[in-house]
Write a new protein. Structure first.
Length: 204
């Protein structure tokens, strides 16, 4: 039972991170200053995207988890939605910063040949920012694994619910087993993430 709950915890973290990275990237495009243009419409979308990212980052994971448990009920779906929102906030901010820090000369050169602003972003800005985007995504996954463990304490699925039940029943011997399982999962994810980042840095 505990192994199944641990697998569910990993699935919550993985799925929530993947969906969060996708939407976080979209938010980051609009939240990057001047990336898509400087018209009044772009300024409105910039302010809106920036505000939503700040909102997602400001509210703690447990609050989001309680909110989603109230809306969709107990279980892994509420946990996945929580991780998704948290990842959007995390990746949205750092993705935007990565794209803002890229040298704009190549994209300006592409635009001088008649390409649109969006074309220049996907042809020059994003390829240059990819190493940073991947590194941020790996950090987001590490963060999601640790967060998904805690979400079970409020009924959002995963191993946290089992741990809470054992602590309430004072079954500390079994609780220690779960804590060790969590420890090894986090260490495994961090080691894999560190190895992937090392490869990215060496190939950059």
């Amino acid at each position: 039972r505990y192994l199944n709950a641990m697998i569910e915890t990993f699935q919550i973290a993985f799925t929530g991170t993947i969906v969060g990275i996708f939407f976080g990237f979209i938010f980051a495009l609009f939240a990057s200053r001047g990336l898509l243009g400087k018209s009044p419409l772009h300024k409105v979308t910039y302010f809106t995207a920036k505000s939503l990212i700040s909102l997602f980052r400001t509210i703690p994971d447990l609050v989001w988890a309680i909110l989603f448990v109230m809306i969709v009920g107990l279980g892994a779906f509420a946990g996945t939605l929580t991780i998704t929102i948290d990842t959007i906030g995390f990746c949205g901010r750092f993705f935007a910063e990565e794209m803002e820090d890229v040298d704009k000369n190549p994209s300006e050169a592409i635009e001088s040949f008649g390409a649109s602003k969006l074309d220049s972003v996907f042809a020059a800005v994003i390829p240059a920012a990819i190493p940073g985007l991947i590194t941020t995504s790996l950090f987001a996954f590490e963060k999601a694994v640790r967060s998904s463990v805690v979400l079970g304490l409020v009924g959002a699925g995963g191993i946290g619910l089992e741990l809470q039940s054992l602590m309430n029943w004072m079954a500390y011997d079994r609780a220690i087993v779960i804590i060790l399982m969590i420890f090894f999962l986090v260490i495994l994810v961090e080691q894999c993430s560190s190895y992937a980042r090392k490869i990215i840095i060496e190939n950059d």
